[in-house]
Design a binder for this molecule. Structure first.
Ligand code: CAA
Length: 240
């Protein structure tokens, strides 16, 4: 029977590419989104992938949403915690709200996404968890004290949970994308974006599909011995 995969933030950007790639690999996919109904409807129309609306920052909503995915599609075998936001500002201008929104979505959101599926994975003796972190969690980034803190936090989460899941057939890994051609990166002022591209040895932004291929590999049976790892896909911008 096809395995079921949940992708948070799975209707746009990197998440959209991951949802499509998993479907192409034969998974039954559920993609979540937080706000953009129009885009989600167009995504389902184009891909046939079912979407679910909840805010990853809300534990109860995540738990309820995951229960309805499992009622519709069966137990979740694969979870890709991808949903993330930016609220960039130099630290002296960063507001407590900008800090909290990013922590709640990008870091607590990962807890909220993985915690409800974890007991089922343990019981069934199989699971694949992939957290989408960022090059900026590895190296830091001007105006992203909030975002970089969450993305570095993701790596600690992954390395800890990998140890807990190992004996139960669960792997937990991270992918650290560099700058990828998505709305999030296109929102960076053009001059700044051009200067960032100048720092990428490959000389271009990454494509969402290049991240999706890392994910499809990590969740495959072939990757069973890869646990607690980080795949960096950043065009040589940073080595860790
Ligand atoms: N390093 C050093 N100094 C920098 C800098 C940098 N990277 N970027 C800006 N500065 C400087 C500016 O030159 C300016 O200096 P002066 O005051 O001396 O002129 C100062 O910092 C402040 O600049 P602004 O007043 O223009 O700052 P602002 O409040 O308008 O904020 C900004 C602008 C938010 C920093 C904007 O430049 C920006 O968005 N930068 C990009 C941040 C970034 O890379 N975000 C990543 C988004 S994509 C993503 O997150 C996906 C992923 O995982 C990779």
């Amino acid at each position: 029977m096809a395995r079921t995969a949940l992708v948070t933030g799975g209707t746009r950007g990197i998440g959209e590419a991951i949802s499509k790639a998993l479907k192409a690999e034969g998974y039954t996919v559920a993609a979540t989104y937080a706000g953009n109904d129009e885009k989600a409807a167009a995504f389902t129309e184009a891909t046939g992938i079912k979407t679910y609306k909840w805010n990853a920052a809300d534990y109860d909503a995540s738990k309820e949403g995951i229960a309805s995915v499992e009622a519709d599609l069966g137990p979740i075998d694969v979870v890709v915690a991808n949903a993330g936001i930016t609220r960039d500002a130099p630290f002296h201008k960063m507001t407590p709200d900008q800090w909290k929104e990013v922590i709640d979505t990008n870091l607590t959101g990962v807890f909220n996404t993985v915690h409800p599926v974890w007991p089922g994975m343990r019981e069934r003796g199989f699971g694949r968890v992939v957290v989408i972190s960022s090059v900026n969690g590895q190296k830091g980034q001007f105006a992203q004290a909030n975002y970089a803190a969450t993305k570095a936090g993701d790596l600690g989460f992954v390395r800890s949970l990998a140890q807990e899941g190992a004996s139960k057939g669960i792997t937990v890994n991270a992918v650290c994308p560099g700058y990828i051609a998505t709305e999030m990166v296109m929102a960076v002022p053009e001059k700044v974006r051009e200067s960032i591209i100048g720092m990428i040895p490959t000389g271009r932004l990454g494509e969402p599909e290049e991240i999706a291929r890392c994910v499809t590999f990590l969740v495959s049976d072939d990757a069973a011995f890869i646990n607690g790892s980080t795949i960096s896909a950043n065009g040589g911008q940073f080595f860790s």
